[in-house]
Design a protein. Structure first.
Ligand code: FAD
Ligand code: DLZ
Ligand code: SF4
Length: 511
């Protein structure tokens, strides 16, 4: 290989940050950036059509943006007849085209692609430098050091470290306002009379329209609709989306973070995760902008702390868990759950109004907010004993923000307890009562949320008790479940049988 060739810098589809680490210290005149639209990436699961369109359009816009900043960009389109379909195949072809002296790439966001990149040096007989992804606050070693020797890896303690490290919402060595966490103020159910901010939407330009046509033609069998496509696809648009959230939604984000309302998919959530995850927005900058809103008296502490915690706490923490647990994490199934994912996860067609709302909006917008993911589609799957691997694939497919490093720990660990409690201290099991408290869904549902058994009873109710009874050998000694297990024990034998029969009849109807 020539010593004097350019540096070949592959930029993966979730590395669309102008300051991505593989560019650090590189002179644009010495490098070729390689962006690749690939069958393997668009097809390793059946991604929602809008997710593919978002990523490809953002990639095309980013390529143009980098060209205007003086970089040479080699862009391989999905319908290029010579496209080999994989990162390795396209890097091989790019080596032929450019004769690079070396390859430099920022580490991938998933084990599958990481393993592929680690083979490049031997495969291509050319030096390959893999740079750490500096868009995260906590690198792999720092997370290891934090986790080492701890019996339990609780997010709350990790989050405090990140607060200290960034100085966000700190008053010297103490947390602003005297408390680290204001979650107790953040559990208001939504009121249908609330004024809801309209989400900012971006009209597709020529580039996006071409991508939408391509996706409609090539992926007709993938889930989801392109009809509501309104994502930001450039750095500037993502900044406008950020401003919209900070000005219009942040102040009420905390109060209504856990609320759900019929026909209101977005409430006061930021809708910024797709942009953070592909690199159109920087997480720390976003948190600093949110902090300013508190300092300027434009948003209360419970909202700003809650928002910042999601990003420097949860987001960093789940990434740490993903890399720490290794590629086998995806295979865990602590509760031996083996039921197939019901078809209605792909159609939204079910009489359970909470599920039809959460799934319907997911298929329309490739979006559901956290409590819908956790307490509606997640809790139902947990109670029904759905195979966590099938559920993991579903979440990876249907959300525009889904990449394995963030989706897998949330699904397998937090939502399904399939890692046996590494991430969550107890399973997020709940009856219909929780959904009724936090939403207006039950008042629109054909099922009766107050009824426990029988054909018209809310299925979550019998499933909840059945879940506890079914998993008593694995969960019976969990201290946080002591109360529900005591309540179960106190029930009359007849009631127990009726609940379990009701659950069984419902589960059989799913099969
Ligand atoms: P907001 O409610 O406005 O929150 C602000 C930001 O905080 C988000 O944009 C996100 O970057 C971050 N955040 C919040 N909660 C989490 C969390 N638990 N883990 C990581 N980051 C978080 N998030 C993803 O980005 N990708 C996924 O694939 C994903 N899969 C999930 C699967 C399940 C089963 C569950 C329960 C949660 C999942 N989440 C995932 C976390 C969370 O639901 C989404 O980040 C959030 O709903 C995105 O919408 P938003 O931008 O409006 O978030
Ligand atoms: C998710 C995705 C999709 C749908 N398509 C592409 C693509 O065509 N080209 C690309 O470079 N990246 C894509 N991605 C994102 C990658 O899957 C992601 O970069 C890897 O999973 C590594 O995190
Ligand atoms: Fe969901 Fe049950 Fe409420 Fe219907 S009654 S919306 S199934 S929780």
């Amino acid at each position: 290989m020539p010593d004097k060739g350019p540096i070949l810098i592959p930029i993966l589809g979730d590395q669309l940050s102008r300051g991505i680490s593989s560019l650090d210290g590189v002179d644009p005149d010495d490098a070729v950036l390689l962006l690749m639209e690939l069958d393997e990436e668009t097809g390793y699961v059946r991604h929602h059509k809008a997710k593919i369109a978002f990523i490809l359009s953002a990639m095309r816009h980013h390529a143009e943006d980098m060209r205007t900043r003086g970089w040479t960009v080699d862009y391989v389109k999905l319908d290029d007849p010579d496209n080999s379909g994989s990162f390795s195949g396209e890097v091989a072809r790019a080596i032929e085209r450019h004769g690079p002296s070396r390859i430099r790439v920022t580490e991938a966001g998933e084990w599958r692609v990481r393993a592929m990149i680690e083979k490049w040096e031997d495969k291509f007989e050319i030096p390959v430098e893999i740079c750490p992804d500096t868009r995260f606050l906590c690198d792999h070693k720092e997370f290891e050091d934090w986790a080492a020797g701890r019996k339990q890896l609780r997010m709350e303690y990790f989050y405090r470290e990140m607060r200290r490290k960034t100085g966000l919402l700190m008053d010297g060595d103490d947390p602003e306002g005297g408390k680290w966490n204001y979650d107790q103020d953040n559990r208001k159910p939504a009121d249908p009379d609330l004024f809801m901010p309209k989400p900012i939407s971006f009209r597709p330009d020529d580039t996006t329209r071409a991508v939408l046509d391509l996706v409609a033609e090539r992926f007709p069998d993938h889930p989801g609709s392109l009809d509501h496509f309104q994502f930001a696809v450039t750095h500037e648009e993502a900044l406008r989306a950020r401003r919209h959230f900070l000005d219009e939604c942040l102040a009420r984000f905390g109060d209504y973070q856990d609320a759900m309302l019929t026909g209101e998919p977005f409430l006061y959530h930021s809708l910024l995760s797709p942009y953070l995850n592909v690199g159109l927005l920087d997480p720390l900058d976003l948190c600093r902008e949110a902090e300013k809103k508190y300092v300027q008296g434009e948003a209360p502490l419970n909202a700003v702390e809650g928002f910042i915690r999601q990003i420097i706490g949860w987001r960093e923490y789940v990434r740490g868990i993903y890399w720490r647990e290794g590629p086998d994490y995806a295979a865990r199934n602590f509760l031996d759950a083996e039921r197939d994912l019901p078809d209605f996860y792909y159609s939204g067609e079910t009489d359970m109004h909470c599920l039809s709302q959460a799934i319907g909006q997911t298929l329309d917008h490739a979006y559901a907010h956290h409590i819908q993911r956790l307490m509606i589609t997640g809790t139902f799957a947990l109670l029904a004993g759905i195979d966590p691997r099938q559920l993991h694939i579903w979440y990876l497919e249907v959300y525009a923000d889904a990449y394995e490093w963030v989706e897998l720990p949330n699904t397998l660990g937090m939502s399904q307890f399939a890692d046996g409690g590494l991430l969550a201290s107890k399973p997020y099991a709940a009856s219909g009562n929780y959904i009724n408290k936090m939403s207006d869904y039950c008042s629109h549902c054909r099922y009766d949320v107050k009824a426990k058994t029988g054909a018209d009873a809310c299925p979550f109710n019998a499933l909840y008790w059945d879940f506890l009874a079914r998993n008593e050998d694995k969960l019976g000694d969990n201290r946080r479940l002591a109360m529900p297990y005591r309540t179960w024990e106190k029930k009359e034998k007849g009631e127990k049988i009726a609940l379990r029969n009701s659950a069984r009849a419902f589960l059989e109807s799913l099969d």
